[in-house]
Write a protein that binds this ligand. Sequence first.
Ligand code: TGC
Ligand code: FAD
Length: 401
Amino acid sequence: MSENKHHVSQKKDLFEAPDYYLVDELLTEEHRLVRDSVRDWVKKEVSPIIEDYAQRAKFPKHLLKGLGEIGAFGPTIPVEYGGAGLDYISYGLMMQEIERGDSGIRSTASVQGSLVMYPIYAFGSEEQRKKYLPKLATGEMMGCFGLTEPDFGSNPSGMVTNFKDAGSHVILNGAKLWISNSPFADIAVVWAKNDQGEIEGIIVERGMEGFSTPETHNKWSLRASATGELVFDNVKVPKENILPNIKGLKGPLSCLNQARYGIAWGALGAAMDCYDTALRYSKERIQFDRPIAGFQLQQKKLAEMITEITKGQLLNWRLGVLKNENRATPAQISMAKRNSVEHALKIAREARQMLGGMGITGEYPIMRHMMNLESVVTYEGTHDIHLLITGMDVTGLNAFA
Ligand code: TGC
Ligand code: FAD
């Protein structure tokens, strides 16, 4: 153990990505370049420090500049607005590699790119695009996304946060809960009801009177990500901050399609890290005079892990192709998000057991991934909500309410 109590693990990151079905051959040279450069960045910048930050429940803010530089903020946003102008497979691979490092860092990138930059790009005015997107792309400005409320999580249509017309501005009241990045965000894309009860998106800026962002403490999950509330107490917001080109719940749900797609890839990255760690450990750990990898029960675990990772890789790749062709449906995205997180959690739990007592320590990334994935299985639509979306899609019958 290092003498510095803030440095729990400084081990070299030995990650080798599994590719059992040669999925690499389905990627273009650009995809591989993007994937490899993000992988290198994660090995260099994230792996050496992340366990320490997670143990101390601190967000490694110094990574924001680097995330901007590798193009992780708004990978699919056009270059003219500061985005990376990449396709959806590159975007997916980036999220896979970042979450291989830590789900909390991927969360920061997902929120910034898919939940803040995307709505401003897709539903904002040209002035709003020019004012916010270039700064958000570099990380010079950070954003958060306010949809969930204390009494409305899975059913956001019931939200009570609202704004009233007051001439040149509106008066915003209400509260949002569980908001990633809120404690340090410069702006919040907030979904609230107008005088007619329609949901609209509005950009709220830090410093506006009556707007506060208290941090949520004592999380056992996503400890290296900052989570908080958004509280609006008669906040005066200029009307030009309303996103002009969207009304209704389909606005925030369209943003979720973007983020859920990234999570489908991301969670698989966490699964790959757990599998790779368990595989290496099991070949080195000797019990009963042989490597534990030689025991059938441990091989069963590894065989099932690589099977699910491989199925997930193919599902994600195909979804990426459909997304590039603008043919991916929200229900297809739900299936992939749910599938990846479910199997990533199972893989993390099995990998944890394979490391025995060492599996619960910060010397290895598995327990951190497992705890992170307990948030990932809940946010962006819970496991059960995504199952019901698939159920509704195949039957045509709504089982939500
Ligand atoms: P419903 O009546 O079905 O739909 C209302 C309108 O929305 C349209 N729609 C969609 N549009 C685009 N994409 C989708 N995925 C869509 N799903 C539905 C729908 O066509 C309709 O349009 P229109 O024109 O007819 O008005 O709505 P509902 O109230 O019955 O709810 C459906 C349900 C339950 C599936 C939905 O509300 C839902 O997905 N709930 C889960 C909530 C959720 O995912 N919240 C996530 C909060 S953000 C977050 O967690 C960020 S974590 C970030 C991080 O750190 O990485
Ligand atoms: P509830 O909706 O109360 O659900 C509780 C349980 O009931 C779940 O198991 C659910 O599946 C089940 N359930 C609900 N309805 C049904 C039904 N019809 N049929 C069957 N079962 C049902 N939100 C944001 O807006 N922005 C963010 O940046 C953000 N970041 C987050 C970060 C973290 C770390 C976490 C934990 C959450 C974050 N969220 C964010 C909120 C997240 O999206 C919600 O937690 C999630 O949508 C679920 O809402 P809830 O927690 O209120 O659970």
